[in-house]
Design a protein around this ligand. Structure first.
Ligand SMILES: Cc1cc2nc3c(=O)[nH]c(=O)nc-3n(C[C@H](O)[C@H](O)[C@H](O)COP(=O)(O)O)c2cc1C
Length: 169
């Protein structure tokens, strides 16, 4: 798959076959996350790999749009470290880049995934902080739900020439 195929054909996948994802493959996804750009190259992220069914289920209970998690092979909670970030404003931006890198790598490796938004929803943040026992300087940004796809999604046309402006509005 070339890079544009990966970017354009990636879709949010919320149904999974149940086949496990190997630790080698998970490490490739984490490596992709860690190669994301970050402000002043601070790389202010941590990744919590969740594979225990009980924790996946409990995460689905504290997030209103995460009902796929109990059937996922794994989830990666992308977290920002406020002590490592360039300024407090930047860790969410950096974590967004890492999240997208993980999703693209997952698609490129034949997996399906979906970005589950956590930051900036305070109720999801505090529930997750308790559930996965995060220290005070670590903040959950997103959950990436992962598994081998059990659904096929079509590729919509999203190119909108009217959203493009040259040189000035
Ligand atoms: C910040 C953000 C938060 C999202 N939160 C959720 C979510 O909580 N649950 C979910 O099923 N999908 C979530 N999504 C996935 C979007 O619904 C999905 O990306 C969008 O519908 C476009 O579809 P596509 O990913 O297949 O291109 C989120 C995506 C982003 C970028």
């Amino acid at each position: 798959m070339n890079i544009l195929d990966v970017i354009i054909n990636r879709r949010s996948i919320r149904r999974y076959t149940g086949e496990p994802v190997s630790s080698e493959t998970l490490n490739e996804l984490l490596r992709a996350g860690m190669y994301a750009p970050s402000a002043v190259n601070k790389q202010p992220w941590h990744f919590i790999v969740v594979q225990k069914k009980e924790i996946l289920l409990n995460m689905s209970k504290v997030h209103p749009y995460a009902s796929m998690l109990p059937s996922a092979a794994a989830a990666i909670v992308v977290c920002g470290d406020e002590n490592l970030a360039n300024t407090p404003a930047y860790w969410p931006v950096d974590c967004a880049a890492a999240t997208q890198n993980i999703l693209l790598a997952a698609h490129g490796l034949g997996l399906g995934g979906v970005w589950l938004g956590v930051y900036p929803r305070s109720e999801r943040i505090s529930a997750l902080e308790k559930l996965i026992e995060l220290p005070p300087h670590i903040h959950p940004f997103s959950i990436v739900s992962l598994g081998y796809p059990a659904e096929k999604r079509t590729v919509p046309e999203r190119f909108k020439p009217e959203r493009i402006h040259y040189d000035h509005w």
